[in-house]
Ligand binder design. Structure first.
Ligand code: MG
Ligand code: ZN
Length: 216
């Protein structure tokens, strides 16, 4: 019974997500669904990406949070269009919430749209939003066991960023074992080691994004 209900919900969500994707395509917008556990660095990554691509790409942002607009205010200071979605307790964004945000963004002025999902590695993986790519940010302080604990998220990611690598000397995190664990679940995901704090590895990420935009 419960399984059927979940299937219906996901089926309806998938239809709206497809509509979102068509809308984004018609406006020439490339959308990235950014997912991570709380505090892994989603907002920092968006900020550093905006700085790194300044003058090269027109960026827009949808900020998803359970409550507050702290992140949207920080992003707004960078002068890019940003819309806050407060999910009102819901622990993930869905396609319907995303549609409402899209209706309030100047899509014709945006080439690259970041959708910052709610910090959560579980159900965010299940709900398509209409994005073109799913990007997962993991971070060194979370530990290297996450691919085993949240396999669906790692399976669905197009890119896995390992953030905060500047902390590697201080924490127990085996990058090689971690990458190997990801490969066991997902053969195709790009894996980039980065630090939003020091800028290390950011060029790889920015190049990947620019490549995606070029290929469209
Ligand atoms: Mg954030
Ligand atoms: Zn949820």
């Amino acid at each position: 019974m419960e399984i059927k209900v979940l299937k219906d919900i996901l089926g309806a969500n998938e239809q709206i997500a497809e509509r979102n994707r068509q809308l984004l395509d018609s406006k020439g917008v490339f959308a990235v669904n950014l997912m991570s556990s709380p505090g892994a660095g989603k907002t920092s990554l968006i900020l550093e990406t905006i700085k790194g691509l300044k003058g090269k790409t027109r960026i827009g942002v949808i900020e998803g949070d359970v409550s507050s607009s702290i992140d949207a205010e920080i992003i707004g200071k960078e002068g890019v269009p940003v819309i806050q979605i407060n999910t009102g307790g819901e622990c993930h964004l869905d396609a319907n919430m995303t549609y409402r945000a899209l209706s309030n963004l100047p899509l014709q002025d945006i080439a690259l749209l970041f959708i910052e999902n709610v910090g959560n590695l579980i159900c965010t993986a299940e709900f398509a939003l209409g994005e073109h790519r799913k990007v997962l940010i993991s971070s060194v302080p979370e530990g290297d066991d996450k691919p085993f604990k949240y396999p669906l998220m790692f399976h669905k990611a197009d890119v896995v960023l390992i953030n905060k690598i500047d902390l590697l000397p201080h924490l127990k995190f085996d990058v090689q074992a971690y990458s190997h664990a990801i490969r066991g679940i997902n053969e195709k995901a790009e894996i980039f080691e980065i630090s939003c704090a020091t800028g290390q590895g950011m060029q790889q990420w920015l190049s990947w994004l620019q490549n995606q935009l070029r290929l469209r």
